[in-house]
Design a protein around this ligand. Structure first.
Ligand code: ADP
Ligand code: UDP
Length: 250
Protein backbone atom coordinates (compact mmCIF):
# COMPACT_ATOMS: atom_id res chain seq x y z
CA UNK A 1 0.00 0.00 0.00
CA UNK A 2 1.35 3.38 -1.02
CA UNK A 3 1.33 6.09 1.61
CA UNK A 4 -0.83 9.03 0.64
CA UNK A 5 0.87 12.33 1.42
CA UNK A 6 -1.61 14.82 0.00
CA UNK A 7 -4.75 15.01 -2.11
CA UNK A 8 -5.19 18.17 -4.15
CA UNK A 9 -7.74 19.30 -6.69
CA UNK A 10 -6.18 17.55 -9.70
CA UNK A 11 -3.62 15.14 -8.28
CA UNK A 12 -2.88 12.80 -5.38
CA UNK A 13 0.67 12.57 -4.05
CA UNK A 14 2.02 9.29 -2.65
CA UNK A 15 5.36 8.52 -1.08
CA UNK A 16 7.74 6.94 -3.62
CA UNK A 17 9.75 3.78 -2.86
CA UNK A 18 13.10 5.53 -3.19
CA UNK A 19 13.89 8.24 -0.62
CA UNK A 20 12.95 11.78 -1.55
CA UNK A 21 10.65 10.75 -4.35
CA UNK A 22 6.92 11.07 -4.69
CA UNK A 23 4.36 9.60 -7.04
CA UNK A 24 1.99 12.04 -8.72
CA UNK A 25 -1.36 10.40 -9.52
CA UNK A 26 -3.34 12.40 -12.10
CA UNK A 27 -7.10 12.51 -11.41
CA UNK A 28 -9.89 13.25 -13.88
CA UNK A 29 -11.23 15.96 -11.57
CA UNK A 30 -11.35 19.50 -12.84
CA UNK A 31 -11.93 22.57 -10.70
CA UNK A 32 -12.07 26.26 -11.47
CA UNK A 33 -12.69 29.56 -9.71
CA UNK A 34 -10.93 28.36 -6.58
CA UNK A 35 -12.90 25.12 -6.28
CA UNK A 36 -16.34 26.70 -6.81
CA UNK A 37 -16.86 24.87 -10.11
CA UNK A 38 -16.17 21.13 -10.24
CA UNK A 39 -16.49 18.31 -12.77
CA UNK A 40 -14.94 15.08 -13.90
CA UNK A 41 -13.47 14.93 -17.38
CA UNK A 42 -13.01 11.26 -18.32
CA UNK A 43 -9.43 10.55 -19.36
CA UNK A 44 -8.07 14.00 -18.45
CA UNK A 45 -5.66 12.57 -15.88
CA UNK A 46 -4.17 10.12 -18.39
CA UNK A 47 -3.72 12.83 -21.01
CA UNK A 48 -2.12 15.29 -18.56
CA UNK A 49 0.22 12.58 -17.27
CA UNK A 50 1.47 11.92 -20.82
CA UNK A 51 1.58 15.58 -21.90
CA UNK A 52 3.44 16.66 -18.77
CA UNK A 53 5.89 13.76 -19.16
CA UNK A 54 6.65 14.87 -22.72
CA UNK A 55 7.15 18.52 -21.83
CA UNK A 56 9.28 17.84 -18.74
CA UNK A 57 11.42 15.43 -20.80
CA UNK A 58 11.95 18.06 -23.50
CA UNK A 59 12.87 20.63 -20.80
CA UNK A 60 15.37 18.15 -19.43
CA UNK A 61 16.82 17.80 -22.96
CA UNK A 62 17.65 21.51 -22.92
CA UNK A 63 19.03 21.38 -19.36
CA UNK A 64 16.13 22.93 -17.54
CA UNK A 65 16.06 21.12 -14.18
CA UNK A 66 12.68 19.65 -13.33
CA UNK A 67 11.24 17.10 -10.93
CA UNK A 68 10.26 14.44 -13.50
CA UNK A 69 11.99 11.04 -13.11
CA UNK A 70 9.81 8.56 -15.02
CA UNK A 71 6.24 7.68 -15.90
CA UNK A 72 5.09 4.66 -13.93
CA UNK A 73 1.79 3.88 -15.65
CA UNK A 74 -1.15 5.58 -17.36
CA UNK A 75 -1.93 7.86 -14.43
CA UNK A 76 1.21 8.02 -12.33
CA UNK A 77 4.68 9.49 -12.59
CA UNK A 78 7.64 9.36 -10.24
CA UNK A 79 9.13 12.75 -9.40
CA UNK A 80 11.74 14.21 -7.04
CA UNK A 81 10.21 15.39 -3.79
CA UNK A 82 10.73 19.15 -3.63
CA UNK A 83 10.27 21.85 -1.03
CA UNK A 84 7.64 23.79 -2.95
CA UNK A 85 8.09 27.55 -3.19
CA UNK A 86 4.60 28.92 -2.42
CA UNK A 87 4.35 30.99 -5.60
CA UNK A 88 2.54 30.48 -8.88
CA UNK A 89 4.50 32.00 -11.75
CA UNK A 90 2.35 33.05 -14.71
CA UNK A 91 3.95 33.89 -18.06
CA UNK A 92 1.79 35.66 -20.62
CA UNK A 93 2.27 36.19 -24.35
CA UNK A 94 -1.28 37.23 -25.27
CA UNK A 95 -3.75 39.16 -23.10
CA UNK A 96 -6.68 37.15 -21.79
CA UNK A 97 -8.15 35.85 -18.51
CA UNK A 98 -7.49 37.78 -15.32
CA UNK A 99 -5.17 40.26 -17.09
CA UNK A 100 -8.05 41.44 -19.28
CA UNK A 101 -10.51 41.47 -16.39
CA UNK A 102 -8.23 43.26 -13.96
CA UNK A 103 -6.65 45.86 -16.22
CA UNK A 104 -9.16 46.24 -19.03
CA UNK A 105 -6.62 45.24 -21.67
CA UNK A 106 -8.04 44.23 -25.04
CA UNK A 107 -8.74 40.46 -25.22
CA UNK A 108 -6.32 38.68 -27.56
CA UNK A 109 -3.77 41.53 -27.71
CA UNK A 110 -0.33 40.19 -28.53
CA UNK A 111 1.98 41.60 -25.85
CA UNK A 112 5.05 43.57 -26.96
CA UNK A 113 7.06 41.24 -24.72
CA UNK A 114 6.15 38.40 -22.37
CA UNK A 115 4.92 39.41 -18.92
CA UNK A 116 5.80 37.44 -15.79
CA UNK A 117 3.44 37.66 -12.82
CA UNK A 118 3.56 36.09 -9.38
CA UNK A 119 0.65 34.82 -7.31
CA UNK A 120 0.76 33.55 -3.75
CA UNK A 121 -0.23 29.87 -3.60
CA UNK A 122 -2.95 30.21 -1.01
CA UNK A 123 -6.49 28.99 -1.74
CA UNK A 124 -7.90 30.67 1.39
CA UNK A 125 -6.72 34.05 0.13
CA UNK A 126 -7.75 33.22 -3.46
CA UNK A 127 -4.15 33.13 -4.78
CA UNK A 128 -3.58 36.94 -4.68
CA UNK A 129 -1.21 38.59 -7.15
CA UNK A 130 2.05 39.65 -5.48
CA UNK A 131 5.18 41.58 -6.41
CA UNK A 132 8.84 40.56 -6.35
CA UNK A 133 9.20 42.75 -3.25
CA UNK A 134 6.62 40.68 -1.39
CA UNK A 135 8.45 37.49 -2.32
CA UNK A 136 11.76 38.74 -0.94
CA UNK A 137 10.48 40.60 2.13
CA UNK A 138 8.25 37.76 3.27
CA UNK A 139 10.97 35.16 2.57
CA UNK A 140 8.95 33.09 0.12
CA UNK A 141 12.13 32.93 -1.99
CA UNK A 142 15.56 34.56 -1.82
CA UNK A 143 16.68 37.15 -4.31
CA UNK A 144 18.95 34.59 -5.97
CA UNK A 145 16.18 32.00 -6.16
CA UNK A 146 13.83 34.53 -7.69
CA UNK A 147 16.41 35.48 -10.33
CA UNK A 148 16.76 31.84 -11.23
CA UNK A 149 12.95 31.33 -11.30
CA UNK A 150 12.57 34.28 -13.68
CA UNK A 151 15.33 33.19 -16.04
CA UNK A 152 14.07 29.57 -16.12
CA UNK A 153 10.51 30.82 -16.78
CA UNK A 154 11.72 32.94 -19.70
CA UNK A 155 13.65 30.02 -21.20
CA UNK A 156 10.63 27.74 -20.85
CA UNK A 157 8.38 30.31 -22.48
CA UNK A 158 10.74 30.76 -25.45
CA UNK A 159 11.15 27.03 -25.87
CA UNK A 160 7.50 26.05 -25.43
CA UNK A 161 6.23 28.87 -27.67
CA UNK A 162 8.23 27.36 -30.54
CA UNK A 163 7.43 23.80 -29.57
CA UNK A 164 3.67 24.37 -29.58
CA UNK A 165 3.91 26.61 -32.66
CA UNK A 166 5.37 23.69 -34.60
CA UNK A 167 2.14 21.81 -33.79
CA UNK A 168 0.06 24.81 -34.91
CA UNK A 169 -0.77 25.83 -31.34
CA UNK A 170 -0.38 29.30 -29.84
CA UNK A 171 0.98 29.34 -26.27
CA UNK A 172 -1.12 32.18 -24.84
CA UNK A 173 -0.10 31.93 -21.17
CA UNK A 174 0.79 29.31 -18.58
CA UNK A 175 1.53 28.73 -14.92
CA UNK A 176 4.67 27.22 -13.42
CA UNK A 177 5.57 26.03 -9.94
CA UNK A 178 9.06 25.64 -8.57
CA UNK A 179 10.69 23.84 -5.66
CA UNK A 180 14.01 23.30 -3.95
CA UNK A 181 15.81 20.02 -4.45
CA UNK A 182 18.52 19.21 -1.93
CA UNK A 183 21.37 16.83 -2.75
CA UNK A 184 24.71 16.61 -0.89
CA UNK A 185 23.90 19.90 0.82
CA UNK A 186 23.52 21.56 -2.57
CA UNK A 187 20.25 23.12 -3.62
CA UNK A 188 18.85 23.24 -7.15
CA UNK A 189 15.71 25.09 -8.17
CA UNK A 190 13.54 22.71 -10.17
CA UNK A 191 10.30 23.05 -12.11
CA UNK A 192 7.58 21.17 -10.21
CA UNK A 193 3.95 20.13 -10.60
CA UNK A 194 2.70 19.64 -14.19
CA UNK A 195 2.68 21.43 -17.54
CA UNK A 196 -0.52 20.52 -19.36
CA UNK A 197 -3.73 22.03 -20.77
CA UNK A 198 -4.85 22.38 -17.12
CA UNK A 199 -2.36 25.20 -16.58
CA UNK A 200 -1.57 26.47 -20.09
CA UNK A 201 -3.82 28.43 -22.43
CA UNK A 202 -3.44 26.90 -25.87
CA UNK A 203 -5.21 28.27 -28.94
CA UNK A 204 -5.30 26.72 -32.38
CA UNK A 205 -2.99 28.78 -34.59
CA UNK A 206 -5.45 29.09 -37.46
CA UNK A 207 -8.84 29.36 -35.76
CA UNK A 208 -7.96 30.50 -32.20
CA UNK A 209 -10.16 27.65 -30.93
CA UNK A 210 -9.39 27.08 -27.26
CA UNK A 211 -7.67 23.75 -26.56
CA UNK A 212 -7.35 23.99 -22.78
CA UNK A 213 -9.12 24.28 -19.43
CA UNK A 214 -10.91 27.47 -20.50
CA UNK A 215 -13.35 25.14 -22.33
CA UNK A 216 -14.36 23.94 -18.86
CA UNK A 217 -14.14 27.35 -17.14
CA UNK A 218 -16.33 28.97 -19.80
CA UNK A 219 -18.68 26.01 -20.46
CA UNK A 220 -17.58 25.74 -24.09
CA UNK A 221 -18.08 21.95 -24.18
CA UNK A 222 -15.84 19.26 -25.72
CA UNK A 223 -13.25 19.65 -22.97
CA UNK A 224 -12.00 16.07 -23.37
CA UNK A 225 -11.78 16.47 -27.15
CA UNK A 226 -9.58 19.56 -26.74
CA UNK A 227 -7.16 17.81 -24.36
CA UNK A 228 -7.03 14.82 -26.74
CA UNK A 229 -6.32 17.14 -29.65
CA UNK A 230 -3.29 18.57 -27.81
CA UNK A 231 -2.07 15.04 -26.96
CA UNK A 232 -2.45 13.88 -30.58
CA UNK A 233 -0.73 16.96 -32.01
CA UNK A 234 2.18 16.51 -29.62
CA UNK A 235 2.23 12.83 -30.59
CA UNK A 236 2.08 11.46 -27.05
CA UNK A 237 -0.90 9.15 -27.49
CA UNK A 238 -2.81 8.06 -30.56
CA UNK A 239 -6.60 8.08 -30.58
CA UNK A 240 -6.54 4.26 -30.75
CA UNK A 241 -4.28 3.96 -27.70
CA UNK A 242 -6.36 6.45 -25.76
CA UNK A 243 -9.62 4.57 -26.49
CA UNK A 244 -8.01 1.37 -25.21
CA UNK A 245 -7.01 3.16 -22.04
CA UNK A 246 -10.53 4.44 -21.45
CA UNK A 247 -12.13 1.02 -22.10
CA UNK A 248 -10.14 -0.43 -19.22
CA UNK A 249 -11.34 2.56 -17.23
CA UNK A 250 -7.93 3.31 -15.79
P1 ADP B 1 -3.67 21.79 -5.66
O1 ADP B 1 -2.75 21.55 -4.50
O2 ADP B 1 -3.60 23.23 -6.12
O3 ADP B 1 -5.06 21.35 -5.42
P2 ADP B 1 -2.87 19.50 -7.32
O4 ADP B 1 -4.09 18.68 -7.09
O5 ADP B 1 -2.29 19.53 -8.67
O6 ADP B 1 -3.07 21.02 -6.91
O7 ADP B 1 -1.82 18.99 -6.26
C1 ADP B 1 -0.50 18.80 -6.51
C2 ADP B 1 0.29 19.43 -5.36
O8 ADP B 1 1.59 18.87 -5.37
C3 ADP B 1 0.46 20.92 -5.51
O9 ADP B 1 0.15 21.55 -4.28
C4 ADP B 1 1.93 21.11 -5.87
O10 ADP B 1 2.48 22.30 -5.35
C5 ADP B 1 2.56 19.88 -5.23
N1 ADP B 1 3.74 19.40 -5.92
C6 ADP B 1 3.97 19.35 -7.25
N2 ADP B 1 5.16 18.83 -7.54
C7 ADP B 1 5.74 18.52 -6.35
C8 ADP B 1 7.00 17.96 -5.97
N3 ADP B 1 7.90 17.60 -6.88
N4 ADP B 1 7.28 17.81 -4.65
C9 ADP B 1 6.36 18.18 -3.72
N5 ADP B 1 5.15 18.71 -4.00
C10 ADP B 1 4.84 18.88 -5.30
N1 UDP C 1 -3.42 29.23 -13.87
C1 UDP C 1 -3.28 28.02 -13.23
N2 UDP C 1 -3.69 27.93 -11.94
C2 UDP C 1 -4.22 28.97 -11.24
C3 UDP C 1 -4.37 30.19 -11.91
C4 UDP C 1 -3.97 30.31 -13.23
O1 UDP C 1 -2.80 27.06 -13.81
O2 UDP C 1 -4.54 28.80 -10.05
C5 UDP C 1 -3.00 29.37 -15.28
C6 UDP C 1 -4.17 29.46 -16.23
O3 UDP C 1 -4.50 28.19 -16.75
C7 UDP C 1 -3.64 30.36 -17.33
C8 UDP C 1 -2.60 31.26 -16.61
O4 UDP C 1 -2.28 30.58 -15.41
O5 UDP C 1 -2.93 29.57 -18.28
C9 UDP C 1 -3.10 32.65 -16.33
O6 UDP C 1 -4.33 32.58 -15.66
P1 UDP C 1 -5.19 33.88 -15.25
O7 UDP C 1 -4.43 34.66 -14.24
O8 UDP C 1 -5.63 34.58 -16.49
O9 UDP C 1 -6.33 33.18 -14.47
P2 UDP C 1 -7.88 33.05 -14.54
O10 UDP C 1 -8.28 33.77 -13.31
O11 UDP C 1 -8.38 33.65 -15.81
O12 UDP C 1 -8.01 31.55 -14.46
Amino acid sequence: MKKKIYEGKAKVLYQGKEPNTIIQYFKDDATAFNNKKKATIPGKGVLNNFISELIMTRLNDINIPNHFIKRLNMREQLVHKLEIIPIEVVIRNIATGSLVKRLGIEEGKILSRPIIEFYLKNDELNDPIISEEHIIVFDWASHEELESIISISQRINDFLTGYFYSQKIRLVDFKLEFGRFWENQEMTIMVADEISPDNCRLWDLQTNEKLDKDRFRQDLGNVDRAYKEVAYRLGVLSEKEFKKVLKNDI
